[in-house]
Design a protein around this ligand. Structure first.
Ligand code: PHE
Length: 488
């Protein structure tokens, strides 16, 4: 990278705080330019919020509830970063460069379910296939629009031929009959156990739900919007590394032999005449290390508690930039009933209950056992669930999830849950700026404070994505190298 600079960084010592994606990438890129990097990492592993939970994974949240994951061989879920948009080329490029094999992540599955708890009417408190909801709403809204057009109410804007074309579009869009009415569609598929088959079994199509029932179902709430269709970051195609997201930090780590000091939480960060001085704890004792530059990738909730002589504006950013409260639970089941009974392969069910979503794995298809993400929630829901003892979280996930999948109680084996805002050395899911906090605090993180630089998703407009960590690392490397180039 580095602005076409040719001077190398040989002999220049850089101390990097944090072996998450931003810290690892900074060390990797600075290393290419000849800098001498040391990464201080508080945990015994790299990756930070890029974390795959498998059998044997241990974590102790801030209140001291410790868990050891009991998942069987080959079963896992990504506790943090879990999907890569196809347009996050910086992430995809690093996967290419590092030789991390990718596979498809199915983020949007029309066969997954919607479930609205506590609503009124025919369709409340029962699961509905996303495709049924989509197809029926497309049908009815197309029918209504086709009717309006047939009555030539729009003939001032459109020619007769235009109207005909638009009505043709609507007939296809909603699968309307020749009379331009929506009477159901084979796009909804067949009644359970009434699929087309051999001999005398042509299959029995499902009937549409009533428009009034749909409108009263509660499914118009934002929580049910299929982000897979709407949000830019969640549109098909999404990807994931084969074997778990931690393949990415592990690949970076393998490029940095001897450069990472693990179990080394930083306690002090100081500016000196010639650079920086950092104190960390190793085996219970304070150790001091000096360098010319520091790249601090600590999440802001961690920076908040660090003894430092950082400037007031940076300290205020650490104090006041809000971080997302968010949690997940992995549920191991002895049978992949969502595949066997419901034909669901990957994708997400959505509900207004505290579990918010159920994620079906996009790997290990047709295997014996499987791990679902039984909840993925945010804000106050994540806070409430995070506050529960581990056993209560599990109970909540099972009780609510069973409303969508009655197979839960019979098939459940074990779980592992996490609340990012309670996890040491992270303290939250990601920086959650609104316009005001972005304006007020963000700029101070973009400039070096003396010889201390900041990197991490919180220093980007790609917050909550690995692409943010990567791009922040490149930006920091370029600016350090440009500065070195200026005064050598
Ligand atoms: N990148 C995270 C995810 O995919 C957080 C996120 C959620 C970001 C929803 C944007 C929208 O879950």
């Amino acid at each position: 990278p580095a602005n076409g600079q040719t001077r190398d960084g040989k002999g220049r010592k850089v101390i990097i705080l944090g072996a998450g994606l931003a810290g690892l990438t900074t060390a990797y890129e600075l290393g290419k330019l000849g800098y001498d990097c040391t990464i201080l990492e508080a945990r015994s592993r790299s990756g930070g919020r890029v974390w795959t939970v498998r059998g044997g994974t241990k974590e102790t949240e801030l209140t001291g509830t410790d868990q050891t994951c009991q998942f069987g061989n080959g079963l896992y879920f990504n506790g943090g970063a879990a999907r890569i948009p196809h347009h996050h080329q910086i992430t995809l490029q690093y996967c290419r460069e590092l030789g991390v094999p990718l596979e498809l992540f199915n983020g949007s599955n029309e066969s997954a379910y919607l479930y609205n708890e506590g609503g009124a009417g025919e369709l409340a408190n029962r699961r509905m296939r996303i495709s049924d909801y989509h197809m029926d709403m497309r049908g009815y809204t197309s029918e209504l629009l086709a009717k309006a057009l047939d009555q030539s109410t729009l003939d001032q804007q459109l020619t007769k031929e235009d109207v005909e074309k638009l009505v043709d579009f609507l007939k296809n869009e909603g699968d309307l009959n020749t009379g331009h009415l929506y009477k159901g569609t084979n796009r909804r598929g067949y009644k359970t156990k009434r699929d087309p088959g051999a001999g005398n079994t042509p299959g029995n199509l499902t009937d549409p739900y009533g428009l009034t029932d749909l409108l009263r179902s509660g499914f118009m709430q934002p929580v049910f919007y299929n982000n897979g269709d709407y949000a830019y970051e969640q549109q098909s195609t999404l990807l994931q590394p084969v074997g778990g997201m931690d393949a990415i930090p592990r690949a970076l780590e393998s490029k940095l032999p001897g450069k990472i000091i693990f179990n080394a939480p930083v306690t002090e960060l100081r500016k000196t005449e010639t650079g920086v001085r950092v104190v960390y704890t190793k085996d219970g004792k304070p150790v001091e290390i000096k360098g010319e530059f520091c790249v601090c990738t600590l999440p802001l909730p961690m920076l908040k508690n660090l003894e430092s002589d950082l400037s007031g504006t940076v300290k205020r950013a650490a104090d006041f930039v809000p971080y997302m409260k968010t949690g997940k639970i992995g549920l191991q089941f002895k049978r992949r009933f969502w595949e066997e009974d419901d034909s669901i392969y990957g994708g997400i069910s959505r509900t207004n209950m505290d579990i918010n979503q159920i994620w079906y794995p996009s790997f290990g298809l047709q295997g014996k056992k499987g791990v679902l993400i039984g909840y993925y929630n945010f804000y106050s829901r994540a806070e409430a669930v995070g506050n529960m003892p581990i056993a209560e979280r599990e109970k909540m996930a099972l009780t609510q999830g069973a409303k969508i999948h009655p197979q839960y109680p019979a098939e459940f084996e074990n779980s592992f849950s996490l609340a990012w805002h309670r996890i040491p050395y992270s303290g939250g899911g990601w920086a959650n700026y609104d316009d005001a906090t972005r304006k007020k605090y963000y700029p101070s993180l973009l400039e070096p404070d003396g010889n201390i630089y900041f990197a991490g998703e919180h220093t980007t407009y790609l917050t909550a994505w690995m692409a943010g960590a990567f791009t922040s690392a490149l930006r920091t490397v370029e600016s350090i190298h440009a500065r070195v180039g200026e005064y050598t």
